[in-house]
Design a protein. Structure first.
Length: 184
């Protein structure tokens, strides 16, 4: 049983391909790639924390995608999840939160982890070496929040665009962020 993290999947959102320069010719290819990538790493016994912006449509119910994805799925609501929240029922999500504190382990060391869709400068346990995972800013290096978050210790972007479009473990999230920040 592992914990995985990802944000900003934007299923069914054609414009996100152009907006974030995603390497997909169309939304159908993007959606299928996201599903395949997810299921290559996640098992039915794993938990995936989705830090917002799961899908971007009022036409297609989110369970169309959720039913194809392995694992327990916990949503930390983002700004584009309003259509999900308006439905009042959330088939496919095991839980939905606005903000959540959990614990996870990297190489036998336990960390408190603050999960929120938006990047924060401080969070519960900030001065005690806790970790903050966020999404929302994608791979937009021109964004003021991106520029600021580069200097905030123990804060990591779990946007799909940063994590090669697949859920990652906490250890992997940290490695992918170091690589991305070093290149940008």
């Amino acid at each position: 049983m592992k914990n995985y993290y990802i944000a900003d999947l934007h299923f069914a959102h054609a414009n996100i391909i152009r907006h974030c320069n995603r390497p997909f010719p169309d939304v159908e290819t993007m959606d299928q790639t996201l599903i395949n990538n997810w299921n290559e790493v996640v098992t039915d016994n794993d938990t995936v924390y989705i830090l917002g912006d799961f899908c971007f449509t009022r036409k297609v119910p989110p369970n169309i995608y959720l039913n194809q994805l392995k694992g327990k799925k916990i949503l930390i609501a983002g700004n584009h999840d309003q259509a999900i929240l308006e439905r009042g029922t959330y088939p496919g999500f095991d839980q939905i939160h606005d903000y959540l504190m959990i614990q996870d382990v990297i190489r036998n060391t336990r960390y408190r982890v603050a999960l929120f869709h938006y990047p924060m400068v401080e969070w519960d346990g900030y001065f005690k070496n806790s970790i903050h995972l966020y999404g929302h800013i994608h791979n937009n290096t021109d964004n003021d929040a991106y520029k600021h978050m580069k200097s905030v210790k123990n804060a990591y972007n779990v946007g799909a665009d940063i994590l090669d479009f697949r859920p990652r473990t906490l250890d992997e999230v940290i490695r992918y962020n170091k690589k991305f920040f070093a290149q940008n």
